[in-house]
Design a protein around this ligand. Sequence first.
Ligand code: ATP
Ligand code: MG
Length: 428
Amino acid sequence: MKALVKISKILDGCCTDQKVTIRGWVYRKREGKRLIFLVIRDSTGFIQSTIKEASVYWNEAQKLTIESSLTLEGTAKEDRRAPGGFEIAAETINIIGLAENFPISKDKSEEFIRDIRHLWLRSRKMNLIMKVRADVLNATRQYFISQDYTEVSPPMFISAAVEGGSTLFGLKYFDKELYLTQSSQLYLEILIYSLENVYCIAPSFRAEKSRTIRHLTEYWHIESEWPFADMNDLMNFEEGLMTYICQTISEQCQKEFKELNVDIDKLKAVQTPFPRITYKDAIKQLKPKNSILTWGLDLGYEDEKVLAEDFGKPFFVYDYPAEIKAFYCKTYSDHPEVAMSVDMMVPKIGEISTGGAREDNKDILIQRMKNQGLKPEDYEWYLDLRRYGTVPHVGFGMGLERLLVWMLDLENIIDAIPFPRTTRRFYP
Ligand code: ATP
Ligand code: MG
């Protein structure tokens, strides 16, 4: 057998006029009188191949069905008429797995395609999105590592809520009731007392009942916490991370963006510093645009989109009313009604991250828990962190899939993850 070559290498011109063997699946087939045209795909791309009637493999080629797996050997030739500019004149065909009648064809509805996700994941669109997703994860890790952050692994089974109880998934854990984590923040807070700068990339679970284009019930959460830092450090870090990811992807994923027909220039344009506006100024900015936002209400998706359109690029909104923020948010001692909380927003999808300073004073923290109807006894370990060597600290959580929706201009968040979980979707 001749050297096994990935299709993208042949399309890059690595083996013109040489014998190659490729391995993959039949994407398309057209039978002429004397010639069978195949389009073969592997993980890297598509290439056309032709088999002549005179070949001893003609019968094998005739048997081939869409999605059959095979190895194919032949000579790689430049051919302007072929998609991608190259073609393989096949000499040998070995069928590995002959496919039954493949259910996906061009005329199938979006709904149908979503119902057979396990087969749709073979599509070029999903293949490209998943490659970009992997590169975003890599770039994220590279940035954290370059800034001396340690990756940690928090638990998914937890015994007390992090965010509001309304989106908490309960589950039977032997004879007890536990929950699926909504965020790993509190566990990262534990770890800063040992490792200082930490991060994790892990699932978070939210029982979101409403169907939107930006909510999953299971999503991947990029979270980080670190000590001896304030709001300014936090925003600097987040914009540094975001800029690094965008710049890296704009270099590494040009082919993917081109094939997906998505503008990569918006990533190239991401540069520090990001605009920063307070929640108060956001209200002012929204007033002439028919927003009903007043102090004490949370920014809605519509508000976020309007603001994001004004900026046209990533930006921060910070200093929110304390009453709409979680118990752990630190407040200003001279303005206890304001919480040191910050959201990063982007066009189209709105909020992609929330971060802030965490309350490090035990007594204020207990008071905030009580104000929100939480029982401090349930958070003894969390209070211990304030008892033994408390430090000012900050952190944030960014939704990986929301980031991808913005980067790749996706219609819906369910395409940013291979196996989306929503109220209605959990198969396979
Ligand atoms: P929203 O108000 O938009 O539902 P949130 O403020 O409740 O989000 P956070 O608790 O701030 O969400 O979570 C941090 C980040 O995690 C969000 O900024 C977002 O990027 C992502 N995220 C939150 N909930 C979901 C979800 N259900 N599906 C996908 N990503 C999510
Ligand atoms: Mg938020």
